[in-house]
Design a protein around this ligand. Structure first.
Ligand SMILES: [Zn+2]
Ligand SMILES: [Zn+2]
Length: 424
């Protein structure tokens, strides 16, 4: 442990000590597996079980881990060191929404990698190999900003509002929502029915909310009239969703419609001549959709283009979730109330009705936002992008320079590994 790590350990420890009395309750705690990555020990310590929360809290205060996890699964013997000996009893349905797998324009501005071999700096995501020395080892700096945090929030709305409440009829009281402590959110359903789902059933749900495996053959396209049976706004499931989204897009005007169908964010945009025809027919299409008329004939618009239009609409509707997490029945998820060691933010419960007003960079700060404590840090990375903490954006950090910053700001920069501690 270097000085910075030791200081972070002490800060994490101070946080856990201060929250012993109001630490969040973990459902079915004696049946959960716990796992940690500590400061003093490489690798993950796992297969840990506790008879009650006092043991967990003792561990958190003693080791103040860099990363803390618990299973979404419930086991009869969670501390058994082989999966087959744990006694699987069921697994909560978990959805992970994280802007790391959702393309955003900001990731090219604030994420970068440094080649561990030659020091080459590259903006954006990790490439296959370094263009200069062909090494495949990189140090990755992943930042957060309002854009990527809001993208995650938007996808939570898609999931809960668009699918869980409406299509699956799950009561809001059964849906648990957490901020993950970094870039995203976890949604959990702990009901008996969901706990008993197998992997294939979980995959079906994941495919449904991401709009995968959708069959467009029901269109019945007639080439001579360029007619086809489209979808109606009153249809259940995906056909109705697509019709309603199409109606919503068209109703927002020509410019909006053009922007949606020509935006490369949603994959291949449709051809400009087809887009012109679509815009010319906009009012007519709106009327058809309103009247629930299923005949969507437009001259020169064939099934391939309709397919593309529907794919763009699907991408606007779907919830961009990490499918692997939802189908894995042995998944470890971040422990509620713990600090995320890569951001210094805490995993907090967010009631869905409060999601819009929830601000991770204010409400998930580890230390009180009123804290007047400061620390002096030195920037060690070649780039330190701006970060907003509370209402203030901290900007213009230069490499090798020292800065005295508020505690929560320093904690973020140290956890991001772009700075080292000089003085606290
Ligand atoms: Zn290199
Ligand atoms: Zn961002």
């Amino acid at each position: 442990m270097n000085l910075t790590q030791y200081y972070l350990y002490k800060l994490f420890q101070a946080y856990y000590k201060a929250h012993l009395k109001n630490y969040p309750t973990i459902s079915d705690l004696p049946n959960r597996e716990f796992a940690f990555i500590r400061w003093d020990h490489p690798g993950m310590q796992r297969h840990i079980g506790y008879p009650n929360s006092n043991f967990l809290l003792d561990y958190l205060v003693k080791y103040a881990p860099r990363h803390s996890y618990r299973s979404a699964t419930i086991y009869s013997t969670p501390s058994a060191d082989k999966m087959e000996h744990k006694g699987y009893l069921g697994c909560d349905f978990v959805v992970d929404i994280d802007s790391d797998h959702i393309p955003t324009s900001c990731q090219h501005r604030h994420n970068y990698v440094i080649c561990k071999n030659c020091g080459k700096l590259l903006l954006g995501d990790k490439p296959e190999e370094c263009p200069d020395c062909h090494s495949k080892k990189f140090k990755k700096i992943v930042w957060i900003c309002d854009e990527c945090l809001n993208v995650s929030k938007e996808q939570v709305h898609h999931l809960i509002d668009g699918f869980l409440l409406k299509d699956f009829n799950i009561p809001l009281s059964a849906i648990k929502l957490n901020f993950s402590g970094h870039r995203g959110y976890h949604v959990r359903i702990e009901s008996k029915v969901f706990r008993s789902l197998d992997q294939e059933e979980r995959r079906e749900i994941a495919d449904y909310v991401t709009g995968q495996g959708f069959s467009y053959n029901i269109w019945n396209y007639k080439p001579v009239q360029s007619n086809m049976s489209g979808f109606r706004i009153d249809q259940p499931g995906w056909p109705g969703k697509i019709a309603r989204e199409f109606y919503k897009v068209l109703s927002q005007g020509s410019d909006y419609t053009e922007n949606i169908f020509s935006n490369p964010r949603y994959g291949n945009p449709i051809r400009s001549n087809v887009l012109r025809i679509l815009i010319e027919r906009r009012i007519d299409l709106i009327r058809k959709l309103e009247n629930k008329n299923p005949i969507w004939g437009i001259p020169h618009v064939g099934p391939t283009t309709w397919h593309r239009i529907f794919e763009i609409l699907r991408d606007l509707i779907k919830a961009d979730i990490d499918v692997v997490v939802s189908i894995d029945v042995h998944r470890l998820i971040r422990l509620e109330g713990s600090i995320h060691g890569k951001a210094g933010l805490k995993v907090v419960d967010v009631p869905y009705e409060k999601l819009d007003e929830f601000d991770p960079l204010t409400d998930a700060l580890t230390f009180p936002k009123e804290s007047t404590n400061k620390l002096t840090i030195k920037i060690t990375a070649p780039i330190c992008p701006p970060i907003r903490i509370g209402k203030i954006t901290y900007d213009n950090f230069q490499p090798d320079e020292e800065y005295t910053v508020p505690l929560n700001v320093g904690l973020f920069l140290l956890c991001k590994d772009v700075a080292e501690l000089i003085k606290n």
